[in-house]
Design a binder for this molecule. Structure first.
Ligand SMILES: Nc1ncnc2c1ncn2[C@@H]1O[C@H](COP(=O)(O)OP(=O)(O)O)[C@@H](O)[C@H]1O
Ligand SMILES: [Mg+2]
Length: 486
């Protein structure tokens, strides 16, 4: 057969050039090759060995292999009895660092088959071990995480889901793998989910979306989805999503809204008392007078009618106020509908006007001439207005002053918005705390809760709106609210 190797010729050639062979080939291998005699004296030490063990050849040639720190197992013993050794062991580098290595020790035999030397080859396992450890660690983290994890390929098909994800949704792994990652999003939430994802610039890091998933038994599960895109050679190569069950967070949030609302109502106690007491007093007075008339036996029909009308009016005033109050305190968190912004403000003012009057704070309205409609939860948005007007009043007090509420209709970046601006003549927000006033529990007041603005911010964000603050050049604070118009 042409091209077949003439081994004899090659080996003879090698013998003549063994030195060359060692120096040019073996010496330049990145693997470590060491040759020792049967006593363990090192007779050859290549460059790869220098790399792994940290010794230079000239300082270690002629010395014992034990210098490399391998005491156990006794490799030389195996070699002397003609056996090959393969296995993992730990050696000590010249700098004293211990490293795991994979070693192969082969006996070199003379023509009678007697071992005369050992050729050892060593591979540093540090990196491999580290990678394996990381792999095991990652797997452990991913499987034991309290978050669901999905990995989707570039077509959006799920290629991996951890145990928690299966548990959250009640599907088996086989039912999840291969499905589109968006197929778990509830129908009514899908459009918003996709729009949110599309508006995301991946260069700005990971994206966190709030949405609703559907479980296997058709229940709705509120979740946060944190998405990171995967890249391969600079190309989009799928995504990894971490899914957090936020059922409890939602409940807590509702409770926070509610507790802050109740806190507001407590503060409004004076207002409530006044608003109901006044008409009630009038009502009692009118009935007493009518009774006296009756006792005197001469109820004048015209007088009677006027008094009755007054009584009815007073009673209706009480009823209207109590209805507003009930409406405000009721817990109907998610219900949203079309709201007239100006009505919303008037209703909120009804609950805070009296206290402002008592504190010598005038409330001035400067509403835009056109009707402003927004989509939202009147109850929660009222809470925002009350918070802001109360804060303004508290900032102004004890000096007299003015709170102004302006509304405007604008279009920004092609999006129609309703603007509500609340300005006051108080001292403004100290610049040092400007960045913290929206934090939960941040307050500068002795009896403050520090929740008013935090809750207001969340409510605005839930409506796709914003709340920002600035200090006016002429003094006083200005809070700007925006809400999308439908
Ligand atoms: N109109 C305002 N003028 C000046 N400071 C304000 C105004 N509104 C809010 N602040 C500051 O923001 C802080 C947080 O307000 P808020 O969240 O409503 O909590 P609280 O009213 O319970 O302190 C207030 O303590 C106050 O320092
Ligand atoms: Mg407040």
């Amino acid at each position: 057969m042409t091209g077949s190797l003439d081994w004899e010729k090659i080996i003879l050639g090698l013998k003549r050039t063994t030195r060359d062979f060692l120096e040019t080939v073996v010496d330049n291998l990145s693997e470590s090759i060491i040759v020792t005699d049967l006593e363990g004296k090192i007779v050859y030490f290549n460059k790869g060995s220098e790399q792994i063990f940290g010794y230079r050849a000239e300082e270690i040639l002629g010395r014992h292999i034990l210098l490399l720190g391998v005491r156990r197992p006794n490799v030389l013993k195996e070699i002397r009895s003609g056996k090959t050794f393969r296995g993992e062991l730990v050696h000590t580098r010249k700098d004293g660092v211990n490293r795991p290595t994979y070693v192969t020790g082969i006996p070199l035999q003379d023509e009678h088959g007697r071992p005369i030397a050992m050729v050892g080859s060593a591979r540093d396992l540090t990196e491999e071990k580290e990678i394996n450890r990381l792999k095991a660690f990652n797997e452990k983290v991913v499987t034991s995480l309290n978050d669901g994890i999905q990995i989707a390929d570039r077509n959006g098909r799920i290629t991996f889901a951890n145990h928690r994800f299966q548990e959250m949704l009640g599907w088996e792994r086989e039912e999840i793998i291969g499905r589109h990652y968006q197929s778990f999003v509830a129908k009514e939430s899908l459009e918003k989910f996709v729009a949110d994802l599309e508006s995301w610039d991946p260069d700005r890091g990971k994206k966190v979306l709030e949405t609703t998933y559907v479980t296997r038994n058709h229940t709705r599960l509120p979740v946060l989805v944190s998405t990171s895109y995967l890249q391969h050679d600079g190309q989009y190569d799928g995504m990894i999503n971490a899914i957090t069950d936020i059922t409890e967070v939602k409940i807590l949030k509702e409770e926070l809204f509610q507790s802050e609302k109740m806190n507001l109502l407590g503060k409004l106690a004076g207002e409530i008392a006044h608003e109901i007491n006044n008409p009630l007093s009038g009502l009692i007075l009118a009935t007493q007078m009518l009774q006296q008339d009756c006792e005197a036996g001469k109820p004048d029909p015209r007088h009677l009618q006027r008094e009755l009308r007054g009584i009815e009016e007073d009673a209706r005033r009480c009823k209207r106020f109590i209805e507003k109050l009930l409406g405000f305190s009721r817990k109907i968190p998610e219900e949203k509908k079309i709201i007239r912004v100006h009505d919303l403000i008037e209703d909120a003012l009804l609950l805070v006007q009296r206290q402002a009057e008592l504190d010598n704070v005038a409330i001035v309205k400067a509403f835009t001439g056109t009707e402003l409609l927004v989509w939202g939860n009147a109850n929660n948005l009222q809470q925002v207005m009350i918070n802001l007007v109360n804060n303004a009043r508290e900032a102004i007090f004890p000096a007299p002053g003015k709170v102004e509420i302006r509304t405007r209709s604008v279009v920004r970046e092609r999006r129609p918005l309703a603007l509500i601006e609340i300005t006051d003549t108080g001292p403004g927000v100290p610049p040092a705390v400007l960045s913290r006033i929206f934090d939960s529990f941040f307050t500068t007041k002795e009896k403050g809760t520090g929740l008013g603005l935090a809750v207001s911010k969340r409510i605005m964000e839930e409506h796709g709106g914003t709340i920002t603050v600035s200090n006016r050049p002429q003094g006083g604070a200005s809070f700007m609210l925006t809400l999308p118009r439908p």
